[in-house]
Design a protein around this ligand. Structure first.
Ligand code: PMP
Length: 284
């Protein structure tokens, strides 16, 4: 495997950043994960737009022109011979002696890109079964709209899920409403067949898959309500699912051990999953 690190393509096993990198010291960086399908990036434009937004909110500059970044992403995919899988991009505020204040102006950001093959059959197999989630109290800061590498609450929540025999943890706010998953957006299908997902104005990351799924729903003439839903409502839902670039739409069949709907993946989730790639943007 090959990784791109600050201007060079290096063997994955020798791909290093310095111990004084701001990402390592302060989680002072942002990232993106983009699906690769048949050798092409899915929704590259939207991922790059979100990256630009994350950087802006962090008061960081784009590390290189968008066009050049696109070339690096493609070259990393190519060098790793990834047909189906993911490309990962991370940008940090660079290397500087540890001090909370921003590094001196002109300090170059650190850029890392990796790409990995993932067998699509694995996700498809899981989607036939559906997965379990647990709920955990929301304990993250209020800027989770920025895709930062500061993911400690997410790590702890997902590990708790794993130890409980589940795959994902849903954060729940003080009002009992689901915000999002540790690495996914959360959705339910109500008894009357409507999709419900939390508004992305605050409290969640605006998932690219979430945005595209809204278009898919519209095309399938499924109504979408952007509003918070409670755990109680989710437990009574007909279907539940999560979305992310690595999961598309993944059925949730158990929440905190309680069966949702019939306990098997439902038709609405399946339809969204099957139609997702017809609506996603496929890059050159
Ligand atoms: N929420 C969180 C916290 C995430 O980490 C992710 C995945 N990066 C998502 C939602 C889903 O976003 P996307 O659809 O862009 O992958």
């Amino acid at each position: 495997r090959i990784a791109y690190v600050n201007g060079q393509y290096v063997p994955h096993g020798q791909a290093y950043v310095h111990i004084e990198d701001r990402g390592y010291q302060f989680a002072d960086g942002v990232y993106e994960v983009c699906e690769v399908r048949a050798g092409r990036m899915i929704d590259e434009r939207r991922h790059m737009e979100r990256l630009e937004r994350s950087l802006r909110e962090m008061r960081m500059a784009m590390p290189m022109p968008l066009k050049a970044l696109g070339i690096v992403l493609r070259e990393t995919i190519r060098r790793n011979r990834v047909r189906d899988g993911f490309v990962y991009l991370q940008v940090t505020r660079g290397v500087a002696p540890r001090d909370h204040y921003f590094p001196a102006p002109g300090t170059p950001p650190s850029i890392v890109v990796t790409a990995r093959h993932v067998d699509p059959a694995k996700g498809d197999a899981l989607a036939l079964q559906g997965m379990a989630v647990i709920t955990v109290p929301e304990n993250r800061w209020e800027r989770v709209d920025i895709k930062t590498v500061g993911l400690l609450p997410n790590v702890l929540a997902k590990q708790a899920a794993k130890e409980a025999g589940a795959r994902e943890a849903w954060f729940v706010d003080a009002e009992g409403r689901v915000t999002e998953g540790g690495s996914t957006n959360a959705w339910i299908v109500t008894r009357d067949g409507k999709l419900v997902t939390r508004p992305a104005e605050s409290g969640i990351l605006r998932g690219i898959t979430r945005t595209v799924m809204m278009d898919v729903a519209e095309k399938l003439q499924i109504r979408v309500e952007e509003r918070p839903f409670t755990v109680v409502e989710a437990l009574a839902a007909r279907e539940a699912f999560v979305t992310s670039a690595t999961n598309f739409a993944m059925p949730v069949v158990r929440i905190d051990g309680q069966v949702i709907g019939d306990g098997i993946p439902g038709p609405v989730t399946r339809a969204l999953r099957e139609n997702f790639h017809h609506h996603a943007e496929i890059a050159d």
